[in-house]
Write a protein of this length. Structure first.
Ligand code: PGA
Length: 250
């Protein structure tokens, strides 16, 4: 009943030409899937990717944005600007934004509200660090991020939400959480959303992210609460990203 959603987070990779080429390579490889396919280029390559993806089943998202619509905010990009480029999704609160750019649960929540205002589907990232996991704080940390970052929605809005559980220690490290560990935390996220939004939590799509590859996607997707993946490194290669999207084919 929840449609799987697999998104590629390109991070700070790909010029306009490279973005166009990657989307062109991807189109025939993912054309037959029922999975919702999203690519998130850097701001500068969004228009090129969106143009290349036009008419295909590949949707485009941004990796971040600012919550104000316009104004004296040097260097920032707003929701209306993303819509203008053809974006339908926006990643919010990625751990790299939290770590290097001082994002907090409070800024995540402001961006969440702005995303709904502009009809952008938010992909909100949560995740614990290695130190927090080793200290046995995983569920407390995740619970706090979910309550604070995702509060204030109407149940109808909550249904549209996409959450990405990305343990920080698994991002770009080659270490994937075991499918069972990912399922445990993701089930807890759904339970927390249930306390916040009741039955709407059953409709929320929750992705796993952190070193997702063609080799581990099938086991992850077999878990009852895992509805997709947020893919970094492996999304930069058309063949591996397509193999992840087409996880059900083998
Ligand atoms: P990774 O990144 O797949 O390269 O680990 C995932 C992410 O940060 O979204």
């Amino acid at each position: 009943m929840r449609r799987p959603i697999i998104a590629g987070n390109w991070k700070m990779h790909n010029t306009t030409g490279e973005a166009r080429e990657l989307v062109e390579l991807l189109k025939p490889l993912v054309g037959a899937t029922d999975v919702e396919v999203v690519v998130c280029p850097p701001f500068t390559a969004i228009a090129a990717a969106a143009n290349a993806a036009a008419g295909s089943n590949i949707a485009v998202g941004a990796q971040d944005f600012f919550w104000e619509d316009q104004g004296a905010y040097t260097g920032e990009v707003s929701g209306p600007m993303l819509r203008d480029l053809g974006c339908r999704y926006v990643i919010i609160g990625h751990s790299e934004r939290r770590q290097y750019f001082a994002e907090t649960d409070a800024t995540v929540n402001k961006k969440l509200m702005a995303a709904y205002r502009h009809e952008l589907i938010p992909i909100v990232c949560v995740g614990e660090t290695l130190g927090q996991r080793e200290a046995g704080e995983t569920l407390a940390v995740i619970g706090h991020q979910v309550w604070e970052g995702l509060k204030g929605l109407a149940p109808d809005q909550a249904r549209e939400l996409v959450v990405a559980y990305e343990p920080v220690w698994a991002i770009g490290t080659g270490k994937t959480a075991t499918a069972a560990d990912a399922q445990e935390v993701i089930a807890f996220i759904r339970e927390t959303l249930g306390s916040m939004y009741g039955a709407a939590a059953e409709a929320v799509r929750i992705q796993y992210g952190g070193s997702v590859k063609p080799e581990n996607i099938t086991e992850l997707m077999a878990q009852p609460d895992i509805d997709g993946a947020l893919v970094g490194g492996a999304s930069l290669d058309a063949v591996s990203f397509a193999a992840i999207v087409n996880y059900g084919d083998h």
